[in-house]
Design a protein around this ligand. Structure first.
Ligand code: HEM
Length: 144
């Protein structure tokens, strides 16, 4: 269960990050071109929204089965070194905040009236979320 989840969370990370980057550029170019925000644009923004939520769900389950998650936090010593602090506290916490910001960007875009404001809500909030996620990825464990 642990290894399977770890692989799923590790692999889905590529899709979630790629989805966010593509949607940010899509919305940015949509805004710069001055064109109308269409249903197709909402669906494209929804792809990254869903991918990041799948990643959140996998992360939440993983947190309670991984030796680097909740058990490390409650077992003591997690605050002592930077790598433990990252997986047991900073990575989960910051990513939950990041995905909440991405969700606000998507939901707000649906409510706004003007096309440019809709595009802006998506590319700005998604970009803030992406930067937060990138700031707290355990890079050496993932790619090292
Ligand atoms: C978009 C959001 C997220 C992304 C892109 C992401 C990405 C990653 C990556 C790339 C790793 C390293 C995987 C590896 O070592 O192969 C990782 C590890 C981990 N993530 Fe996430 N994550 C996200 C959200 C979350 C959330 C919300 C939680 C918990 C609530 C979480 C819990 C964990 C844990 C516990 C590990 C260490 C797993 C282990 O190696 O045992 N992640 N994450």
């Amino acid at each position: 269960m642990y290894i399977g989840l770890q692989h799923a969370h590790s692999g889905m990370a590529y899709l979630a990050l790629l989805g966010l980057v593509v949607v940010i550029f899509w919305a940015l170019f949509g805004s710069l071109s001055g064109r109308e925000f269409q249903e197709k644009d909402r669906k494209i923004a929804m792809i990254a929204f869903i991918l990041s939520h799948i990643q959140l769900l996998l992360g939440l389950i993983l947190y309670f089965v991984s030796p680097l998650g909740f058990s490390l936090l409650t077992g003591g010593g997690a605050m002592a070194d930077a790598a433990s602090r990252l997986t047991a506290l900073e990575h989960p916490l910051i990513n939950i905040v990041a995905i909440a910001i991405i969700s606000v960007g998507y939901i707000r875009a649906k409510k706004l009236e003007q096309s440019r404001s809709k595009f802006r809500s998506i590319y700005m909030m998604y970009a803030v979320g992406l930067l937060l996620i990138l700031s707290r990825i355990p890079w050496s464990a993932w790619l090292g």
